[in-house]
Design a protein around this ligand. Structure first.
Ligand code: AAT
Length: 292
């Protein structure tokens, strides 16, 4: 009754909405940052919603979490230090943990409520927090990166929400500068980068900022997530100047990682062929993005 959230006319995708049948509302609450909702759907399992936007569902979370994690980590040989921005559900942590080479994982999530709610309702995701390599920092990523030591991380994964609300600054140039500073030479960034069907201008802006900031290489990749607006979501893969990184084909293929397919649940979506395919763009997107 007190919700200020617009469930069916979000300015990020005006004039359209996707609906899921609600079987049961499991949790509804409000943090200082956003409204948090968990419900049981009839066809996608449990669903996590923040400020009226679906963040993940049991059925298709694998497509997002596996791709945002393994696209960067399988592009460099033996990643050791990894940073996750956002990702309070734990799914990206779960995926990083499949990499035996990883020694430490920092995660900076702004909202303790997201972490607590996911521990209660999404045990298959929050399992990621149980790994002893994980260090949790609850706070704003902008502040965290401003204070992060220079040249530290092999990979940074920005699993953040849409740039309305607490993630607003995470698409701006000063934020990317601090990311580049925190990466070691040849280190990689994978950033949630919205839909090529909906957000051409936002993607173009992020691409031109990243090309300015990351002198190694910058690519757009995408995957299919049925419960995200327009059914697809993209990622920006960026490498800092240093040892060259060829994102287009995995230098560290998942199929060769010992035990990678066994940690917790099996990999359901990602493989080396999906990795290569993710960088192939439709003609319209190629045209819209090539100049940026
Ligand atoms: N893995 C689930 C997918 C997400 S979750 C995004 C997370 O980013 C949320 O838990 C949110 O609290 C956190 N977040 C937002 N802003 C910040 C910030 N400034 N610092 C740290 N964490 C932040 C993303 C789904 C994308 C949906 C696309 N439509």
């Amino acid at each position: 009754k007190t919700s200020k959230v617009q469930y069916y006319n979000n300015p990020m995708w005006p004039g359209e909405a996707h609906s899921l049948k609600v079987e049961k509302i499991l949790y509804q609450g409000k943090s200082p940052y956003q409204e948090v909702l968990v419900f049981e759907s009839s066809t996608y399992g449990k669903v996590l919603v923040l400020d009226g936007i679906v963040q993940l569902t049991d059925k298709d979370e694998c497509a997002y979490q596996e791709m945002i994690t393994h696209l960067p980590l399988c592009s460099i040989p033996s990643p050791k230090k990894v940073l996750v921005i956002g990702g309070g559900d734990g799914g990206v942590l779960r995926e990083i943990c499949r990499h035996g080479s990883v020694e430490s994982i920092d995660i900076c999530e702004i909202d303790q409520l997201v972490i607590d709610v996911c521990k209660d309702f999404f045990p298959d995701l929050s399992v990621g927090f149980k790994d002893p390599r994980v260090r949790l920092h609850v706070g704003d990523a902008v502040e965290f990166l401003r204070n992060a030591p220079e040249g530290t991380y092999d990979a940074i994964i920005v699993d953040s929400s849409d740039p309305i609300g607490p993630a607003q600054e995470l698409v701006e140039k000063p934020f990317f500068d601090t990311i580049a500073r925190a990466l070691r030479p040849g280190g990689v960034l994978c950033n949630q980068a919205e839909s090529m069907w909906l957000h051409t201008h936002l993607i173009q802006d992020m691409l031109s900022i990243c090309r300015e900031t990351f002198k190694g290489s910058v690519h757009y990749a995408w995957t299919s997530v049925p419960t995200y607006p327009s059914g697809v979501i993209g990622f920006l893969l960026c490498a800092k100047e240093g040892p060259p990184v060829n994102f287009l084909t995995p230098a560290n293929p998942i199929e060769k990682l010992e035990g990678a397919m066994e940690a917790g649940r099996d990999i359901r979506f990602y493989n080396s062929e999906m990795h290569r395919a993710a960088f192939v763009l439709p003609t319209f997107a190629r045209r819209e993005l090539e100049a940026y």
